[in-house]
Ligand binder design. Sequence first.
Ligand code: PHB
Length: 386
Amino acid sequence: MKLRVLFAALAAVMALPAAAQDTVKIGAILPMSGPFASYGRQIDNGMKLYMKQHGDVVAGKKIEVLVRDDTGPAPEITKRQAQELIVKDKVNLLAGFGLTPNGLAVAPLITEAKMPAVIMNAATSIITAKSPYFVRVSMTLPQVTAPMATWALQNGIKKVYVLVSDYGPGYDAEGQFKKTFTAGGGEIVGDVRVPLKSPDFSAYLQRIKDTNPQAVFLFLPAGEQGVAFMKGFHERGLDKAGIKLIATGDISDDSVIDSEGDAALGLITSHHYSDAHKSPLNAAFLKGYAEIDPQMRPNFMAVAGYDGMALIYAALKKTGGSTDGDKFMAAVKGMKWESPRGPVMIDPATRDIVQNIYIRRVEKIKGHYYNVEFDTFKAVKDPGKQ
Ligand code: PHB
């Protein structure tokens, strides 16, 4: 009897490593609390939705996601969590990264461990150049900004004031806008960088009003900041003064656009995803998302979480379930698939995503506000790498 118990215990212990080998563990580092918590919620929901639609077994491996909360822009926390996930939890892949400083922080670790890391938001161009084990399924700021500058030039906008968030993605947006816009004959009449955390827009808005540009080009990180800016722009009468607002789609992301309300009507933005995108795949995505999180409209981050899992599943199918860093990275290079945002591809040279960038206008439809796509720049690569 005792012997049998001992054998059973032994068998259980011995079964462990075998079971572990049949599992692919993904460590997802995301802001799940603090002012950027909606990023984590969106991305986590997107990952869950993909798994719900496609099952949790791929190439004979059970997929397991371990979520860690980085609390917001916190590179030190992210680094420690990545270390623990790799060493203690023995994950096979890393994913997530809502903010640029956090993505950058893990570059040396993943290079050392030869561990693939799928970036699901962080959008400063340089990140993917910091390790050959990064692949990005979100966007880069130069990629979404260049079409906005081109569109502005084509539509008679000649004098622009530039306002961006004072960190990596803001510098990328500012740099690319100025480059494309001035190369096409446009003039920059002023610029300002605002703090990443809790910016107070009143003084900036007044300065812009006094400068009286034809338009403001803007990048702010998605979420509540956009709501505050749009309200201020409207309340201080910049719109009534005839100043146009153009921006990357982060400002009017689908999860906050209803809170912006009428203040956002007519706003023109450039981005890779709108929940108003018309395709059967997007319709299925929206339906599935509503079942997972009925309180929230999915935005571009949810789509990146979803597509990140699509990429992982497709890569594992190609490698026969292997997560070996070099095999996995070889599998993702050049990969093409259909996303709820439209057709996408991983650029084999940069490991960044190639995708359509849409020009959209905010419209009110049946009591809700939407970014309605009306123009498309097809298969845009990250100009930040060129
Ligand atoms: C980033 O930190 O890279 C970031 C955050 C929010 C955005 C875009 C980029 O909307």
